[in-house]
Design a protein around this ligand. Structure first.
Ligand code: DC
Length: 234
C-alpha cells in the first residue's frame, strides 16, 4: 500500500438480540479500526426517555410524533462507550433503566420514530468508517454495508450478561426476571412488522455464548481482514 492510497473506510453492520455481545464488541472493534461507533439502541432509548418523562402512553402516539421534529438525539464518542444527549441534556445513565427497557418495545415501533432515527443513522454512515450496531443495520439502514455480522448467544448466557451489567450499576433484579424480560423483548423485536430483528441473507452469524469479549472482537477482525486485507494497515 502506498502512502497516497487511502484505506477504504468500511461500513460494518452488527445486529443481534439483546445481550448477544453486540455493544461491547462494536465499540471495541470501532476503537481498533479508528471508526465511529454507532449505538442505535441508545438512540431509541433516548426517545423513550422523553416519552416516559412526558408521561405518554401507547394511546398518545400523535403527541410523540408531534415532538419529534424538535427532538435532538446526539451521540458523543467517549472513552468507555458513547455519551447520549437528548435535547442538549446528558441522558447516558437514564437510558439504561429497567423502566426504559419496559417501554422501549412499543416506542421503537412507531414508524415516525424509526424514520427520524434511520435518517440520522444513515447520515452518520455516509462517509463510511463506521461500526453500526442494532437490530436492522444489515437489513434496513445499511443494506449495502461492506460486511454484516449477526451475533447470537443462548438466552441463559445473555440473561447472565445483562444481570451482571445491572448489578454493576447497583440495580438488583433476580436473574429469572432479567431472562423473562429478555425473552419478551426478543419475541417483540423478532415478530414486529416494522424492521424486525432478522439476520440479513449476507450476514455472517457468530455464536458468542462461549466467547469472551476479546475473542469476539478477534473473530470479527479476522473475518474483516479475510475480506478486506488492507483495512487494518496504516
Ligand atoms: O440494543 P439495545 O438493547 O440498547 O436496544 C434497545 C431496544 O431498541 C431493543 O429492544 C430494540 C430497539 N432497537 C431497534 O428497534 N432498532 C435498533 N436499530 C436498535 C434497537
Amino acid at each position: 500500500m502506498t502512502a497516497t492510497r487511502k484505506r477504504k473506510r468500511l461500513v460494518i453492520a452488527i445486529d443481534g438480540p439483546a445481550g448477544s455481545g453486540k455493544s461491547t464488541t462494536a465499540r471495541l472493534l470501532a476503537q481498533r479500526l479508528g471508526y465511529l461507533y454507532l449505538d442505535t439502541g441508545a438512540m431509541y432509548r433516548a426517545i423513550t426517555v422523553k416519552v416516559i418523562r412526558r408521561g405518554l402512553s401507547k394511546e398518545q402516539i400523535p403527541e410523540i410524533v408531534r415532538f419529534l421534529p424538535d427532538t435532538r438525539v446526539e451521540l458523543e464518542q467517549a472513552d468507555h462507550g458513547v455519551r447520549v444527549w437528548l435535547d442538549g441534556e446528558d441522558v447516558t445513565e437514564e437510558i439504561r433503566t429497567p423502566e426504559v427497557d419496559r417501554e422501549i418495545s412499543w416506542v421503537c415501533q412507531i414508524p415516525e420514530v424509526r424514520e427520524k432515527l434511520v435518517s440520522l443513522q444513515r447520515q452518520a454512515g455516509e462517509k463510511g468508517g463506521i461500526v453500526a450496531e442494532g437490530r436492522d443495520m444489515g437489513t434496513v439502514v445499511f443494506p449495502d454495508a461492506d460486511i454484516k455480522f449477526f451475533l447470537v448467544a443462548s438466552l441463559e448466557e445473555r440473561g447472565k450478561r445483562r444481570w451482571l451489567d445491572l448489578k454493576r450499576k447497583g440495580i438488583d433484579i433476580p436473574l429469572e426476571e432479567v431472562i423473562r424480560d429478555l425473552e419478551r423483548r426478543d419475541r417483540i423485536d423478532a415478530s414486529r412488522d416494522i424492521s424486525p430483528l432478522k439476520k440479513a441473507d449476507d450476514a455472517i452469524e457468530i455464536d458468542t455464548t462461549h466467547l469472551t469479549i476479546e475473542e469476539q472482537v478477534e473473530v470479527l477482525l479476522k473475518k474483516i481482514q479475510e475480506r478486506f486485507g488492507d483495512v487494518l494497515e496504516f
